[in-house]
Structure formats: structure tokens, C-alpha cells
Design a protein around this ligand. Structure first.
Ligand SMILES: [Mg+2]
Length: 464
């Protein structure tokens, strides 16, 4: 399946006048594993150098597959949770160890958590994968040698602080700039697609939290070599807004600064925006100055909270989310399909047997008639089916992340992350190139989603 765009809410691209792009992980794709490892190492160094953590932490090893996007950190208890759309816990670890069902019941007094509570933060961007890995490992170190480390909550605070420092100072950026081919994926189809969208009269702008110098370095590498009708990215993009401080950009009231592209120096700016490069600003001024209304703008980002959730709540922009994990997850779903079909077939056999069993036991209770032999037979048949089903479930699960399973599902339900995607992203796709491969005149239509009472209803006109 190539260049798929998935639709939550109908979107007519012909009506979109402005296309806004986040830069990191959206317009510019990273080799996420390599970059997260770099961030992780940087965080270890800073924990020791700036936070006086024991040097033991320098021995920790980066384990990329330990965490998936969408997990929730419980920083009061030192746990990582996989949660369904209803807030039901579908998997849990303390440090790096699985929490037993009994312990989980004790910790959470049942199965549900209120994610709005102050103890929880969700891992909703690729940048925070290394944060969650490190948190779990430090929880384990603290449990072993308690006196050397602060409590779980402070551990997470320190980790987030050193991550912010590493992203803010030049320590990560300078390594990326010096090793572009290791960390950045060049995609000629992105430049090509953007030039095509320009031909259809779309204005294209960048809205990034990265600073001008880093933005320039990345775009010089990822965009310039592939342009055919534009001299460079500065000519391609109508407006480039750097150091935008999303999600604050969407609800605050801050003036733009104008950036001089030749040296990155800035001057105050309070006139209407003209083509060029800016720093800061806010959505309200952006719309007023360009006389554009929210639903004329499609914004594409990869960060469900920073890019999409606040944007949808505070402005009325249309939204598209890049979900890097999708292609891999769909490929694995295809592999799991034969086993899942067999599971369904066996379930179809099991359900009528279960109903018969319920009826017989009810009959015994209500009528006082004995059905011992039939009941024993049914129970044996059900156990035999279960014995066939459980290895098939294991087999299909083994295709996905060994610790957490699928990104978009928690058992039979959608994951909390999938639910966020559904609520806040109008469309979503694996990469920006997948969207740009579609015509700028595409009418993206959402599917009718059946509710439980509609499933299996095959209604003809007469029946209605
Ligand atoms: Mg991003």
C-alpha cells in the first residue's frame, strides 16, 4: 500500500489556501533511532555533569524497542502504562519489569486510570521515547540503590530538564549538522510535491520550534538539492516562522520578529507579514495579517499535543498528523492476518457453545433439571477451542513490539494514542510525502464508522 492518507474528517484540499508545516520529523524526516540514541547519550552526560547523578548512569544502554509511542508515564509510582481509549490499563511495567496483575489491581484499585490526573504524562512524540526509556532504567537503579537517587517524580523532572537543555543548547544540533547523512533522511519527493502544490496556488509556510540557524542547516540539506523551479527553500516557502514556541503559538499573543536570512539577526516587526523569515509570533496575528481564516489552513505536524491537540482546541485550523510508525504497523497487521482469521473462525465456533452452556446451567438453576453429561461435554469442547486459540494469539502478538504490542490498539480496543489521533487529526499518514503524492485537488472523504448496534445490520430499503 503506497501513499495512503487516512481520513477522520472530510477535507477538501481545493478549499485549503495555506499549508503549514512543522519541520522536525514532518518536513524533515529523521532517522529516529539514531537521533534518539544521540539524545539519550546527551541526557546521561548532563545528568552526571549538571544534576550530580552517580556515574553508574553512564553505563546504561539505549534500548529503542523498550518503549512505543502513546505510552503513559505514572511518575508517582515509577510505572509505564499502555492504556486504551477508555483509560483501561492494558499493560504495565515498573522500571523495566512487568507488573503482575495482582500488583496492578492493588496500585490502581481496578483497571482504569484518570489520565487528566497530575501523576500522568504521555509519550506523544518521538522525542520523548528516550525520556521514557531512561525513566524506566533510572527507576530500576533507584529501587536497587535508593539513597543515591531522588524520588520518581523528581527523576522524571530531571530527565525532562536535561532533555530540554540538550535540545536547546548546541550539543545535539551540532552533531546532527556535522553528520547529516546519519540523522536526516533526504526525500526528493517532498521538494517535488511542494513545488506541485505551489503550482496550484497554495501558500506554503513553516512553523517550527527550531531556531533559524538549525532550520537553515536542515533545509539546505533536505530541500535545496531537489528543487527544480525554485532557487532555494527561502524562495519556495512563503513564510518561515522559527522558534515559534508551539503550542503557545496557538493561544498566546506575541509579536513576530523579522529574521535577516543572511546572518540570522532579528528586528522588531509589527507590520503585516510579507514573504520571508520570522521568529516567534502567534496564530491570531498570523491569521489577521494574512486575512486568512482558520479553516483555510491545513497544518501538518508529528506531535499530537504540541502540534495538533492545542491547535484544534484553540484555533480552527484543519489538521494532519504524521505517524511514522504506521507503515511498519500495517505491514505487521498483514502478517498477522492469517492467524487472526483463524482466531475469529474458532471464536465463531466457541460462542454458540458458550450460549448452550449458559442455557443448560440456567435450566438447572431455574427448573431443577440435571444436565451433567451435556455440560461436561460442552466444557471440554470449549477448552479444546481455547487451547487452539491461545497459541494463535501469542503468534500474532509476537509480530508486534515484544513489550507493548501495537501502537494503535490496546487489545480489542483502540489505544489512548489512536483515540487522540482520531479526535484531533482530520487526516493522518505515515509521512508528509504520502500526502504530497495526492493531488492538491483531492477530496478526502471520511468513512462511516459503524457503532456497535450497527455492526452486522445489513439493512435493505424495505427493512428500514
Ligand atoms: Mg516535529
Amino acid at each position: 500500500m503506497h501513499n495512503q492518507v487516512y481520513v477522520n474528517r472530510t477535507l477538501n484540499m481545493r478549499k485549503i489556501k495555506f499549508i503549514g508545516l512543522d519541520m522536525d520529523h514532518t518536513l524533515v524526516r529523521y532517522n529516529t533511532k539514531a537521533f534518539e540514541e544521540l539524545a539519550y547519550q546527551g541526557m546521561l552526560q548532563k545528568l552526571v555533569a549538571d544534576k550530580n547523578y552517580p556515574e553508574d548512569v553512564l553505563k546504561l544502554k539505549f534500548d529503542f524497542d523498550f518503549v512505543i509511542r502513546g505510552l503513559v508515564i505514572d511518575h508517582a509510582r515509577g510505572n509505564l502504562l499502555k492504556v486504551s481509549r477508555h483509560g483501561a490499563i492494558r499493560g504495565s511495567r515498573h522500571g523495566t519489569e512487568t507488573i503482575s496483575f495482582q500488583q496492578q489491581q492493588k496500585d490502581y484499585k481496578g483497571k482504569y486510570v484518570d489520565l487528566g490526573g497530575a501523576d500522568f504524562s504521555s509519550i506523544d512524540t518521538a522525542f520523548s521515547i528516550s525520556v521514557a526509556i531512561l525513566f524506566s532504567q533510572l527507576v530500576e537503579l533507584k529501587d536497587e540503590t535508593s539513597h543515591k537517587y531522588p524520588d520518581y517524580g523528581k527523576l522524571l523532572e530531571d530527565i525532562v530538564e536535561v532533555m530540554d537543555m540538550a535540545h536547546r543548547d548546541d550539543s545535539l544540533k551540532s552533531v546532527v549538522r556535522d553528520n547529516m547523512e546519519k540523522y536526516i533522511i533526504q526525500e526528493p519527493s517532498v521538494a517535488e510535491g511542494l513545488e506541485r502544490y505551489k503550482k496550484h496556488g497554495k501558500s506554503i509556510f513553516i512553523l517550527t520550534n527550531s531556531d533559524f540557524h538549525y532550520t537553515k542547516a536542515l533545509l539546505d540539506y533536505a530541500i535545496n538539492p531537489f528543487l527544480k523551479n525554485h532557487k532555494n527553500w527561502m524562495e519556495l516557502f512563503d513564510y518561515t516562522i522559527t522558534s515559534a514556541r508551539k503550542p503557545r503559538f496557538f493561544y498566546d499573543n506575541i509579536n513576530f520578529l523579522k529574521v535577516n536570512p543572511s546572518d540570522g539577526t532579528m528586528t522588531n516587526y509589527d507590520a503585516d507579514l510579507i514573504k520571508g523569515i520570522y521568529q516567534g509570533g502567534c496564530a491570531d496575528l498570523f491569521e489577521k495579517s494574512l486575512q486568512v481564516s482558520g479553516d483555510d489552513i491545513l497544518y501538518i505536524g508529528d506531535h499530537i499535543y504540541g502540534d495538533i491537540v492545542r491547535l484544534k482546541k484553540d484555533c480552527n485550523w484543519r489538521t494532519a498528523l504524521v505517524v511514522d510508525e504506521l507503515n511498519e504497523e500495517i505491514a505487521k497487521m498483514k502478517k498477522a492476518k492469517p492467524a487472526r482469521t483463524q482466531i475469529q473462525d474458532l471464536m465463531d465456533k466457541k460462542l454458540p457453545l458458550e450460549k448452550q452452556l449458559v442455557d443448560l446451567v440456567s435450566d438447572e438453576i431455574e427448573q431443577g433439571v440435571k444436565h451433567d453429561e451435556e455440560i461436561a461435554k460442552l466444557q471440554t469442547a470449549i477448552t479444546q477451542l481455547d487451547n487452539q486459540i491461545s497459541p494463535l494469539i501469542k503468534q500474532s502478538q509476537s509480530l508486534f513490539n515484544a513489550h507493548w504490542g501495537e501502537v494503535m490498539r490496546a487489545g480489542n480496543e483502540e489505544s489512548y494514542f489512536a483515540n487522540q489521533v482520531e479526535r484531533f487529526a482530520d487526516i493522518y499518514m505515515p509521512t508528509l510525502a504520502d500526502l504530497l503524492a495526492q493531488s492538491p485537488r483531492t477530496y478526502f472523504r471520511s468513512h462511516r464508522r459503524p457503532m456497535p448496534h450497527e455492526i452486522g445490520l445489513d439493512m435493505t430499503a424495505e427493512e428500514i
